[in-house]
Design a protein around this ligand. Sequence first.
Ligand code: GLV
Ligand code: MG
Length: 353
Amino acid sequence: MRSPKDFFRPLAVGAPTPVREIPFRPSRMIHFFDPSNEKMAAKVPSIAAQVDVLLGNLEDAVQADRKEAARDGLVAIAKATDFGETQLWTRINSLDSPWVLDDLLTLVTEIGHKLDVIMVPKVEGAEDIHYVDRLLAQLEAKAGLERPILVHAILETATGVANVEEIAGASPRMQGISLGPADLAASRRMKTTRVGGGHPGYLVREDPRPGDTDAPRATHQQDLWHYTIARMVDACAAHGILPYYGPFGDIRDTTACEDQFRNAFLLGCVGAWSLHPVQIDIAKKVFSPAPAEVAWARKVIAAMGDGTGAVMIDGKMQDDATYKQCQVVATLADALAARDPELRDAYAAAEKE
Ligand code: GLV
Ligand code: MG
């Protein structure tokens, strides 16, 4: 057993000291691009200006014979681009693949100073994070990095879901967890072939009218991902890290994408993946609290003074707990507004109304 006293000691001589808190940086959308695709790579500087996180993907969706081109492409792009306030992440290949060791060796030593977070796919338990943790420390020391690279796990195997709490707390590097609905569906033998979203067969039906079982009855589609997202959110909140909805594969169905993202937002997630530029604005809209909500939250906070006791506002009871709920919304709004002038103006205008 590792003593809790050692948890925040570097895992290699000369590696940077682990962080004690995961800094909250806006990450409403993690925008995926394939660094082996020259057309996509050319758009990186303009896309970087529109997103919170840009992620160079090396894993699934990059063909096996393009793995090295993707890795080299990411190195070249990272060296040539000034990302400003936008975070640069990568998704490395899975830990059981023949590419991952070279992914880590190359990326940390060549562009480690530019990489904020490494996303690790198909994480099954704390042992996977421990492996990456030690290796990163060794490579950070070798590269002379001054701040640790953080780690993000994708929750996309049944074993990973069973172990989600220990994954979330496996290392001070743990920044967050994303749902990976496609791999997770396969791992669990779910019978959906979609990437995220609902399924028309997963529903509840109204009770029959007495004596008339043949009359039409309303049905309501249910959310296939509710249980997993809620579990992931609790594991992340318990360990002070950030939960994300993952990919929504039907690019043309922007309405259902927005619904899925919003469900995740309301349940506690801070962002989602964008797989196509059309999903960037959806994520920006959904994962930024609405101006009217922010204005309401600020009104409650102002009325509650030191945050104790109870007051009535517009016929609704407020107390210590609603004060905390409102602080969640207001704190998020402040963090986003500091990065997004349009949002700052929208929040200020709503407060004046
Ligand atoms: C993402 O990687 C997924 O499998 O859904
Ligand atoms: Mg996957």
